[in-house]
Design a protein around this ligand. Structure first.
Ligand code: NAP
Ligand code: 8YV
Length: 327
């Protein structure tokens, strides 16, 4: 009687966080997938069935916690839907032989589009002007004059995939682009500044596109905001953690910077209440990659990573510091 008594459960893909519905459907269709957020007792599942899990699929926001990683003894891959993966301890994963992937490149254009749009919005006060029209202000007085964006000096903090795409777009506006990374990037004519403070001091607007995580926490400090100054604008499409948020709120309230456009916050979806009432800021609900086209591409790349791992034991787009196959 072959196969009558199963000796073990099938290799399982654990879905750690809610994902795009189409991706959830495809995972369920192709693999034995367990959706952790939908279980009535996720802890009991992990305790009793953790040994079945060979791959975890998660969002950039949720990652895989240390405790969860430790509870999955056969875990071989952590697949992120999103390019940021600071929510997963990659060093810990690698020490266990667990490979990690993300979704680079496919979201770069949309995030860069939104960063430039947000920069124009905060400098030209488009969202504020929209509110002005809706509130009937136009009938009383013309909208106040705003700041020109074309031709200004813009600093890009982090000249990676997204930072470069922002810089290339800004070229078309006659903007003088400068940038800061930990070391200069070869092959680009943009001016390099070695610190975030020096970059802020040298520009009219600072666009933040660095990676998140411990290495960049609070990189945009009170001192950087002061260097940006009362005529300076901040755009953040990276992570809320990169900006000292209380310092930003204080700077906005005191008019020590001219304005900020923020797609990301330290405690999403909570936005500092002081910002909600300020016309100096553009507030966006972490939507930089949120177009139908880009999210579909992210879902497809996520699925292809899972499939490659489940069939060949390697990932398609491993994060650079994570994968033996990347070296
Ligand atoms: P990437 O290609 O890895 O670029 C990251 C850049 O950050 C690199 O240029 C890196 O340069 C720089 N960097 C890292 N630490 C730094 C430091 N201490 N000081 C200065 N620069 C530093 O990543 P990407 O694809 O462009 O994505 C960037 C980030 O955008 C992601 O990690 C994610 O957090 C965020 N993101 C947000 C959204 C959204 O919806 N708002 C969407 C996608 C991505 P060096 O290593 O040379 O310093
Ligand atoms: C998404 C992001 O909002 O890719 C990232 O790092 O922050 C965004 O693209 C996120 O990945 C959704 O989980």
């Amino acid at each position: 009687m072959p196969n009558s008594i199963p000796t073990s459960a099938p290799d399982t893909v654990l879905q750690v966080a809610p994902l795009l519905p189409a991706l959830e459907g495809a995972l369920a269709e192709h693999f034995h997938t367990v959706r952790l957020p939908e279980l009535s007792d996720p802890a009991a599942y992990v305790r009793d069935h953790g040994k079945d899990v060979v791959a975890a699929v998660t969002s950039a926001r949720a990652g895989v916690s240390d405790a969860l990683m430790d509870a999955l003894p056969r875990l071989g891959a952590i697949v992120h839907f999103g390019v940021g993966y600071e929510t997963t301890d990659v060093v810990r994963a690698r020490a266990r032989g667990i490979d990690v992937s993300n979704t680079p490149d496919v979201l770069t254009d949309c995030v860069a589009d939104l960063a430039v749009g947000a920069l124009i919005d905060v400098m030209r006060r488009m969202s504020a002007a929209d509110r002005y029209v809706r509130a009937g202000g136009w009938a009383d007085a013309p909208f106040p004059l705003t700041s020109r964006m074309s031709g200004k000096r813009v600093g890009v903090l982090g000249l990676g995939r997204i930072g470069r795409a922002v810089a290339q777009r800004l070229d078309g506006f006659g903007v003088q682009v400068s940038y800061c990374t930990r070391s200069p990037v070869a092959g680009f004519g943009y001016r390099y500044l070695p610190t975030a403070e020096a970059l802020a001091e040298s520009c009219d607007a600072l666009v933040v596109t660095v990676a998140g995580g411990r290495g960049t926490e609070g990189l945009v400090s009170a001192a950087v905001l002061d260097a940006l100054g009362p005529q300076g604008y901040l755009v953040n499409v990276a992570r809320g953690s990169v900006v000292d948020e209380p310092a930003l709120v204080a700077a906005v309230e005191a008019g020590r910077i001219a304005g900020a456009a923020l797609d990301v916050f330290t405690d999403e979806p909570n936005v500092p209440p002081a910002l909600l009432g300020s016309d100096r800021v553009v507030l966006l609900p972490h939507i930089a990659s949120a177009t139908r086209e880009t999210r579909a591409a992210m879902g497809d790349l996520t699925l292809r990573n899972v499939r490659r791992f489940m069939t060949e034991g390697v990932l398609l787009t491993p994060v650079p510091e994570a994968s033996p196959s990347a070296h």
